[in-house]
Each structure stands twice: as structure tokens, then as C-alpha cells.
Design a protein around this ligand. Sequence first.
Ligand code: SAM
Length: 207
Amino acid sequence: MSTKKFIAAQLRKPSGFFGRFITVRFLNLVNVPLNRLTLEILQLQPDDHVLEIGFGGGDLIARMARIVTHGHITGADFSIDAIEVCRKRFDTLMDVGTIELRCASVEALPFNADTFTKACTVNTIYFWPDPLAALGQIRRVLKQEGTLLVCFSPRAVMEKQEFTQHGFTLFEPEEVKSLLSKAGFRDVQLVFGRHRFGECVVAKGIK
Ligand SMILES: C[S@@+](CC[C@H](N)C(=O)[O-])C[C@H]1O[C@@H](n2cnc3c(N)ncnc32)[C@H](O)[C@@H]1O
């Protein structure tokens, strides 16, 4: 496998020794600006019940846990290695029931309808096999009036990284906005930010 394909595969799904010790640490370092932007727009309350899909190394979960002191944080990720790393990282908060981590794909979220007050996902939409169906799943598990945030880097920024030729689907901000509307979210809007590679964007919608 070429280096670029290997990097792309690791970013899609951190795996094995490399995934546990290198990929998730790398993700936690480079994606801080996207996580900060997401957290700012999410406007979490201490009693929120929030779902993060594709938490990787858990940087955003750690930030959310400082605010959600009386609610609940659920992480869903289909990488068993990301789950293992984060289980160790958050063992105390998992023991007291503040954090729950589930090995699950966005296409089949193992949660009841109308469970979460907020949901977010950062840098994962590129890997979803069927984005519209995935957004439908997220909408299903959100409570009425619940907020969804999808944070990503637009096509022009991602295209500069050659590894994105291997298994990434790239989006224009307007395309993601339109997907959220098609999935049934209302008041959809885009909020733009910056990180070291260029522009990033959060698509926000309400159930
Ligand atoms: C590029 S990493 C981003 C991690 C973290 N959100 C960040 O920004 O640092 C993508 C993460 O999403 C997860 N992921 C990718 N596709 C997924 C899917 N279809 N369902 C659930 N998790 C997925 C991967 O396992 C990985 O942890």
C-alpha cells in the first residue's frame, strides 16, 4: 500500500498499533481549531445530552466534558482502536456515567429515536458511504428542536492534500447545506472558520 493510501485509510478509520499510538494523537493535535469552532457554535449547556460521531482521539469529548457536568456525552465511532484509546482516556468519567462510548457506524446508530439534545461530527462526512441516509439517522436520534453540527474542510482545502484522492468524498459548503435540508433539518446555516490548512466550515441544522 502506498504511503498516501495508508494515511487516508488511517484517517478514515484509525487501526492497529499505528492507529492507537500515532493517528489519534495526530488528530488531537491538528484538529483543535475545528473542535474549538464546533464547541463554540454548539453552545452546550451543563445538562445537554450530546452525541459526537467519529470522535477519533477524543479531543472534542474532553472539551465537552468540561461543560456537560449534569448531562451526558455519548461518542459513536466505528474504529475499535479509537474506542480503546478513549476508554482509557475517559475511564473515570465513564465510570460515573457522564461519558458513554459505542462502537457504531453513522449509518446504523444504536440509539432510540429522540434521545439527544445536540449532535456533532468533525472531519467525518468525507467517509460516509451515504451522507443523506447518515443525516437521516442523526436526525432520528435527535430530540425535536435538537441541533446538529457537521464540521469539515471544503473541497478546495482538502484537494491540496493528495491523500484525499483515496476514499474521501469532498464537499462544497453549499452541498452539505443542501444535504442537511434534504434530510429534513430546518434553519440550515453555514459558519466559516480557519485552521492551519485554510478554511473550515460548520453546517448547522435544527430538527
Ligand atoms: C479523520 S477522523 C476525525 C476524528 C475527530 N473527529 C477529529 O476531528 O480529530 C474520522 C473519525 O471518524 C470515524 N468514522 C469514519 N467513518 C465513520 C462512520 N461511517 N461511522 C462512524 N465513525 C466513522 C473514524 O473511525 C475516525 O475516528
